[in-house]
Design a protein around this ligand. Structure first.
Ligand code: CAA
Length: 405
C-alpha cells in the first residue's frame, strides 16, 4: 500500500515527508516491534504477563519516554516523532506497547504543570532506568465524568493527606509513582480538583488487584486504594484547583499517541488480511479476486490512511505549541473506531480461522476494543468535538511540552 511516508514535493507550506531521522526512528521501532514484541505477544497475552523484559529493552534502545525534555536528561523528541514510535510498537502488540508508552501519560502532568524543581525530581529517574509512572484519574464512580472524582486531599501542616480509590490504572502494580487527581475543595466541583505526585511506596497506597481484561492483556491495569496517604505539599502540581485543567491538557497531549497505537493495530490487521486474501483459495481462485473482499480491503486501507493523517495533524499542531483539543479528539475518535472496524473486517476475511486464537487477528480485534474506551471513550471524543464546534473556548496554555527551540 502506498502511504504518506513517501515525500511529496509541495510549495504550499504542507509536507507529508519524513526526515531521514524520522525514517530511521520508525525503522528502529518497527524492527523492535518485530523482534522483541511480536515474538512474545501471544504468550504474554495468554498469561496477562507484565512485559518487564520488553520494557527494559525498549528503554535501553531509546523507545521509551521520547518526549522528556533534554534539559531533564530526556531525548526531547517531538510529539510527532512519538507518533511514529507508538504506531510501530502497537503494530507489534498494543498490550505490550501500552505498558511501554503509558509513561508518557504518567509523566505528562509533571511536564505540563510541574515547576523546575518537580521536573528535576521526577523526570530524570525515568531516563536513568526503566521505571514506570502512572496516571491516577479514573475512579470506580468517576470515569467519563472527571468532575465526579471523590478522592480527597486535605492539607495538614506541610503535607497533604489523600484518601480514596482509583480504578483502571495502567501499570499501577509496577509504577514507582503516579499523579493522583483529588479534590482539595468539594464545594468547588471541578475547580476544586488538584494534582499530586504520589510515590507508590508511600504508606497507605495499596494496589488492590490486577484486572483481567479482554484485550491488551499484557498491560497491567489495576485498582488502587489510598488510605491516609501523606505526601509533602511540594508534590502538588500547579496550584490547588488546577487539577481538572491539568488532566484535560494532559489528555489533549496524549490522545494522539493513543490514536497512533490504534493505527498500528489496524495496520497489522490490514497486513494480515491482505496476505491471507492472496493465499486463501475458494471457488478456484484466491478470495482477493472477489469484489466483496476487495471492498472490505479498500475501505480498510482508506480509513487507516485517514486515521494516520489525523494523528499526524494533531501531533503537528502540538509541536507548533498550539492547542489541539479538537484535533486530538478527531484523531482518537476516528483511529479507535477505525481499529475496531478494520480488525473486525480482518476477522471476517479470515472467516472461521479468524475467530480462532491460533490466528493473529482474533487478538487484534480484542485489543482494538480498548482504544474506544481508554483515554476517553469514542462518545466522549464526540462530545469534546461537538463542544469545540458549538462552544469554542480559549483554554489558555497549549498542551504541548515547552521546548527550547
Ligand atoms: N484544556 C484546558 N482546559 C479545559 C479543557 C482542555 N482541553 N477542556 C475543558 N477545560 C476547562 C474548561 O474551560 C472549563 O474551565 P472553567 O472551569 O474555567 O470554566 C473546565 O475545564 C471544565 O470544562 P467542562 O465544562 O467542559 O467539563 P465537563 O465536566 O463537562 O467535562 C469532559 C469535560 C470532556 C467530558 C471531560 O470530563 C473528559 O475528558 N472526560 C473523559 C475523561 C477521560 O478521558 N478519562 C480517561 C482516563 S485516562 C485513561 O484512560 C488512561 C489509562 O490509564 C488507560
Amino acid at each position: 500500500m502506498t502511504t504518506i511516508e513517501e515525500p511529496i514535493a509541495t510549495s504550499a507550506g504542507i509536507s507529508f515527508s519524513l526526515t531521514d531521522e524520522q525514517r530511521e526512528l520508525r525503522r528502529l521501532a518497527r524492527d523492535f516491534a518485530e523482534k522483541e514484541i511480536r515474538a512474545k505477544a501471544a504468550e504474554y497475552d495468554e498469561h496477562s504477563t507484565h512485559p518487564v523484559d520488553v520494557i527494559a529493552k525498549a528503554h535501553e534502545v531509546g523507545l521509551m519516554n521520547p518526549h522528556l525534555p533534554e534539559e531533564y536528561g530526556g531525548l526531547g523528541l517531538r510529539t510527532f516523532d512519538g507518533m511514529l514510535i507508538g504506531e510501530e510498537l502497537a503494530w507489534g502488540c498494543s498490550g505490550i506497547a501500552t505498558a511501554i508508552v503509558a509513561n508518557t501519560l504518567g509523566a505528562a502532568p509533571v511536564m505540563l504543570a510541574g515547576n523546575d524543581e518537580q521536573k528535576r525530581r521526577w523526570l530524570p529517574p525515568l531516563v536513568e532506568s526503566p521505571i514506570l509512572c502512572a496516571f491516577g484519574l479514573t475512579e470506580p464512580n468517576a470515569g467519563s465524568d472527571v468532575s465526579g472524582i471523590q478522592t480527597t486531599a486535605v492539607l495538614d501542616g506541610d503535607e497533604y493527606v489523600i484518601n480514596g480509590s482509583k480504578m483502571f490504572i495502567t501499570n499501577a502494580g509496577h509504577a514507582d509513582w503516579l499523579v493522583v487527581f483529588a479534590s482539595t475543595d468539594k464545594s468547588k466541583g471541578h475547580r476544586g480538583l488538584s494534582a499530586f505526585v504520589v510515590p507508590t511506596e508511600s504508606n497507605g497506597v495499596v494496589v488492590e488487584k490486577h484486572l483481567d481484561k479482554m484485550g491488551q492483556r499484557s498491560t497491567d491495569t489495576s485498582a488502587m486504594a489510598f488510605g491516609d496517604v501523606r505526601v509533602p505539599a511540594e508534590n502538588l502540581l500547579g496550584e490547588e484547583g488546577e487539577g481538572f485543567k491539568i488532566a484535560m491538557r494532559t489528555l489533549d497531549f496524549t490522545r494522539p499517541g493513543t490514536a497512533a497505537g490504534a493505527v498500528g493495530v489496524a495496520q497489522a490487521a490490514f497486513e494480515y488480511a491482505v496476505e491471507y486474501a492472496k493465499t486463501r483459495v475458494q471457488f478456484g481462485q484466491p478470495i482477493a479476486m472477489n469484489q466483496g473482499v476487495n471492498f472490505l480491503v479498500a475501505d480498510m486501507a482508506t480509513e487507516i490512511e485517514a486515521a494516520r493523517l489525523l494523528v499526524w495533524q494533531a501531533a503537528w499542531l502540538l509541536d507548533q505549541g498550539r492547542r489541539a483539543t479538537l484535533q486530538s479528539s478527531f484523531a482518537k475518535r476516528f483511529a479507535a473506531d477505525t481499529a475496531m472496524k478494520v480488525t473486525t473486517d480482518a476477522v471476517q476475511i479470515f472467516g472461521g480461522y479468524g475467530y480462532m486464537k491460533e490466528y493473529p487477528v482474533e487478538k487484534l480485534m480484542r485489543d482494538a476494543k480498548l482504544f474506544q474506551i481508554y483515554e476517553g471513550t469514542s462518545q466522549i471524543q464526540r462530545l469534546v468535538i461537538a463542544r469545540e464546534i458549538f462552544l469554542p473556548r480559549s483554554y489558555g496554555a497549549a498542551a504541548s511540552v515547552p521546548r527550547d527551540e
